[in-house]
Design a protein around this ligand. Sequence first.
Ligand SMILES: [Zn+2]
Length: 302
Amino acid sequence: MKQDGRNRTKAYAAGALALLAFATACGGNGDGAAAAPADRTTAPAAPQPTGGAAVAPAAAGTPTAAPAAGDAAWTKWNLKPLAPAPAPPADKPIKLERTGTVPVFSDVKTNDKVVFITIDDGAEKDPKFVEMLTDLKVPISMFLTRDIVKNDYGYFKPLQALGNHIQNHTVDHPVMSKIPPEKQKSEVCDDQSALTQQYGTAPLLFRPPFGDGANTPTLNSAVQQCGPRAIVLWRETMQIHDMQYQGEKKLKPGDIILAHFRGPKELKGATMTEMFGELLARIQEQGFSVARLEDYIQAPAS
Ligand SMILES: [Zn+2]
């Protein structure tokens, strides 16, 4: 859990803005990203531990807005209800291609008053968080690191079953720009194959630890060779009680928020559900709702 992202701000001019957040974004088991081209019109793929690496079909049809939780559910968690998310756009703001350079983005162009929550690494596996998301039905995207989740892949399956996608965040969370190209490739490819085997659907998105290397040709090439079709960064980083913003201290439509699966050891005694409740409260008081990131992204035609 060391803060090894701290001294990297000189790295890339192109990623400088995002790097502002890295120092604290990814302490220890930082950030991560991977997305799956699951079909929202069907139930999430059942886990296929037998190794069937079937890729779910690209999103088809018109997804509907996620079911809203009732007021009682919010009260149970001492929260004010979030406004329900609007129906996902039929014309996706982000359209991914099957081949070529993968785009890098930290927000989504939309006028919808929505933000997207991404949760990285997978260290803390708190059953109460599964209960909380089951109650509140807030969509998240999970960027999982193989060696951090492999002691309990099963923990994430009920979260996936709620419609949440699992995305790629490397094998063991290195600083990508510090390792050779072939190692960068295996970090992405080996997480891709492990997550595909465990969760039955191939991640569509990738997030490098600490956001490091996101704008380098070497990492882009590695990602291209392993399957994900976009590199996802973020605009805000959730701490314990509030978010760290880039620039103006307020959310904007389409912002991607980085949070982590963390527990009391990393959160100064706060639990994962307390941290997540604080995050929802910060979103609610600014009048935003939470939408599903993958509903705003068009996967490549298969
Ligand atoms: Zn991470």
